[in-house]
Design a protein around this ligand. Structure first.
Ligand code: PRT
Ligand code: MG
Length: 221
């Protein structure tokens, strides 16, 4: 096998809002993705730079690809990074994209505050079990957490739970399902994550991209 002169850089992104909102940052670094993941079935997308490629993975898998060096860098939500734990990842930049908040919500009419005051044991559905556990433990609220992979909003409507912990951006999904936010856990945005070994071995190639991302993302702050 011949050794490549320029190290190949692999960037892990998820389809949808993270891909869309990362494009302007890539552009600021002179990188343009030349295929659209919404229409292409390819999982490895080329860019205008032969040494840079983009892989399309599930949002919650981005940290795993980067941790194991299958991708040199990636973009992941703080929600995803907290659940992953961040091992093996260097997290230099808050990109200020895909912003939302992590909240506790209940059915309109459910008196969350007095249930908590009375020390009731609440059932909560969430995809964010680790973050939710820490939040309720810090507040001294007794909860039974039930892990779901999507459609958390359904939990209280069908009697699966008293509350949900989920991401909220416009609030439209909660309203459509007659749920109300009762606690704001944290603000969420997406971070750039870099494989720690790649940061050392491919520093020369990565550094200008990181600088361009940092500069461009300040505009989103
Ligand atoms: O969708 P899929 O199951 O493949 O994976 P995913 O949901 O993890 O990916 P994606 O692309 O939907 O989300 C990627 C990242 O975007 C998340 O990890 C967050 O960091 C960020 N983000 C920002 C959001 C939202 N805003 C958001 N509104 N992720 C999800 N939502 C969902 C939320 O879960 C709820 O169902 O949108 C709904 C609420 O939106 P509103 O506008 O109705 O309040
Ligand atoms: Mg989604």
């Amino acid at each position: 096998m011949t050794q490549q002169l320029t190290p190949q850089l692999t960037l892990a992104l998820s389809k949808g809002r993270i891909f869309e909102e990362t494009l302007p940052l890539l552009k600021a670094a002179g990188i343009e993705v030349t295929e659209d993941p919404e229409t292409s079935r390819k999982l490895i997308l080329p860019t205008n730079d032969p040494a840079v490629r983009v892989i399309i993975v599930r949002a919650s898998d981005v940290p795993t690809y980067v941790q194991y060096g299958a991708a040199d860098f990636g973009v992941a939500g703080k929600d995803v990074l907290l659940e992953h734990g961040g091992e093996g990842l260097y997290q230099p930049i808050d990109l200020n994209i895909a912003k939302c908040r992590l909240s506790v919500a209940v059915q309109d009419g459910f008196d969350y505050a007095s249930a908590v005051r009375q020390g009731a044991r609440l059932r909560v559905v969430t995809k964010y079990v680790k973050t939710a556990r820490e939040h309720f433990a810090a507040k001294g609220v007794h909860v039974d957490l039930i892990k779901l992979y999507g459609s958390m909003e359904l939990g209280p409507l069908v009697g699966l739970s008293d509350a949900i912990v989920d991401l909220v951006s416009t609030g439209g999904t909660l309203r459509a399902n007659k749920l109300v936010e009762v606690e704001h856990i944290m603000e969420i945005s997406s971070r750039l994550v870099v494989n720690q070994a790649a940061l050392k071995l491919k520093r020369e190639r990565l550094q200008p991209i990181l600088e361009a991302f940092e500069k461009a993302s300040q505009a989103n702050a």
